[in-house]
Design a protein around this ligand. Structure first.
Ligand code: MG
Length: 290
């Protein structure tokens, strides 16, 4: 099931999407329930009844979790080919961990960095001149847990979405911690909707990105260094994972920094991310005029 957060007639709603038909059926939920997007459905059984379908073209999609309850967890250098390209880039302040990390590198993005599908990626040239894109399969946690063993990790997953882990490489390189370069306003596009976990084969799901139609990343979740159960086990080691928590699992090779010279994002660039079984997340870059 594909479930979106969207705006219709001035109200935030959540509903079931049928991309082939181009429709969305809102759940029968009062407005005060839908403020946190799809989070209101997590743990709800049965789901509320559906109202009459609306044409997708008549609604504005928002990030499935427009403002996650806390920072978005992210895994760095989690595909072999990207670990290699990033280590060569000169921006790798995690180089001491080795080209291929032995345990997951985990950082986070502040909740306020989340942006919806179609929302601009805002580039402030006074702050960064090295803004990059990263397509990432992203986990949405459905059940609380601490010290979750790998074997039970997927029982704690509600579903998946796509995140563009937009990064200011110059800031990432300058500060040893990645939070600042990863948490700039609008640097966490998420969507276009979430899918329930039954829709994704973690061992074999294609992950791609395009900038202005040019294919940049083309990989598969089967090539993750640390798989989803390993990531959940690592993060929940002493930290209680909560329903609605979001974990971006890392990006494959082909990011802007991997090219010589680097291909950073600029105003007007259209970044399209595709993950099979989920859909397409598209955002356009815009120069921030202060
Ligand atoms: Mg990333």
């Amino acid at each position: 099931m594909k479930i979106a957060t969207f705006r219709h007639q001035g109200q935030r709603r959540v509903g079931v999407v049928d991309p082939e038909k181009g429709t969305i059926a809102p759940f029968d939920l009062p407005a005060e329930k839908t403020e946190d997007g799809i989070a209101c459905l997590i743990g709800m059984n049965p789901l509320p009844t559906l109202q009459a379908e609306l044409p997708l073209a008549e609604v504005t999609l928002e990030a499935p979790l427009p403002r996650p309850r806390r920072n978005v967890f992210c895994v760095g250098k989690n595909y072999y080919d990207h670990a290699e390209e990033f280590s060569k880039s000169g921006f790798d302040s995690s180089a001491a961990a080795g080209n291929v990390p032995k345990v997951p590198i985990v950082f986070s993005k502040v909740p306020e960095s989340v942006a919806g599908p179609g929302a601009p990626i805002r580039i402030d040239p006074k702050v960064s001149t090295a803004v990059d894109y990263e397509v990432e399969l992203t986990v949405i946690i459905g059940r609380e847990g601490r010290n979750i063993p790998k074997e039970q990790a997927l029982d704690h997953v509600w579903g998946y979405t796509i995140v563009n882990d937009v990064t200011a490489r110059d800031i990432q390189g300058r500060h040893s911690q990645w939070l600042l370069g990863k948490s700039q306003d609008s640097f966490c596009p998420m969507g276009p909707w979430a899918v329930t976990k039954d829709e994704i084969d973690l061992a074999d799901t294609a992950v791609r990105s395009f900038v202005n139609g040019e294919k940049r990343q083309d990989s598969n979740t089967g090539l993750l260094i640390f798989d989803v159960p390993t990531i959940i086990a690592a993060i929940s080691n002493g930290i209680t994972l909560l329903p609605g928590d979001v974990i971006a699992t890392g990006t494959p090779a082909g990011v802007g920094i991997g090219f010589d010279p680097p291909k950073y994002l600029k105003a007007g660039d259209v970044v399209r991310l595709e993950i099979d079984g989920i859909g397409t997340l598209e955002n356009t870059c815009e120069e921030m005029k202060a």
